[in-house]
Write a protein that binds this ligand. Structure first.
Ligand code: NI
Length: 195
């Protein structure tokens, strides 16, 4: 997902390298990504992929980036949540083979965009919370719960691992708009603005 300008995050990710983000139309975005086999945990391949995702996410001003978006069909994504208003920050992290348990109904509307669908914004209904069971790049297990914008980012990125983009999740296509028009017409309205 694209985010705002990065202001409050320092990262060690800058030792990774920037990778080109593929756009909608590239078949890799429509394929189910493969699990990382456990014998690849802690390998240079996986650590480099994690660092590259973080670096590319920051340099492209995103808040999340999934491996298929850089042409790698594996179940890995990077994200962070910038602290803003009453929203708690979540530091940058990389999830490997994440499994989601969705909480509640997918009825929370919020704006989304996608680095692989550049220039567009749309209102997407998401579950209000998720439980996440995942690994880090070294194979350490991690379980946690996320809600609100944090849960939205995770659902968006996890969808990329299943070949789904945010447009597929939209239920009211009349909210689809270009970023420039979004800034002009939608951003100031009393709507949940969360990209
Ligand atoms: Ni995306």
């Amino acid at each position: 997902m694209p985010g705002r300008e990065r202001t409050d995050v320092t990262t060690r990710a800058l030792d990774g390298r920037h990778r080109a983000v593929v756009r909608m139309g590239n078949p890799v975005l429509r394929e189910r990504a493969q699990d990382i086999p456990h014998d690849r945990f802690g390998t240079r391949f996986l650590r480099d992929l994690g660092r590259d995702l973080l670096r590319t996410m920051f340099e492209d001003n995103g808040v999340g980036l999934a491996a298929p978006q850089v042409g790698s069909g594996v179940r890995v994504f990077a994200y962070y949540v910038p602290g803003e208003g009453d929203r708690d920050a979540v530091p940058p992290r990389v999830l490997v083979n994440p499994v989601l348990t969705l909480v509640g109904e997918p009825t929370e509307l919020g704006w989304e965009g996608c680095l692989s669908v550049p220039g567009l914004r749309g209102m997407v209904p998401r579950h209000p919370a998720v439980k996440v069971s995942t690994f880090d790049t070294d194979g350490n297990e991690l379980t946690f719960e996320a809600e609100g914008f944090h849960a939205r980012v995770i659902q968006h990125e996890h969808d990329h691992l299943d070949g789904i983009v945010f447009l597929d999740r939209m239920t009211d296509m009349s909210s689809l708009m270009f970023e420039e028009e979004w800034e002009q017409y939608a951003k100031e309205k009393d709507l949940p603005v969360e990209v």
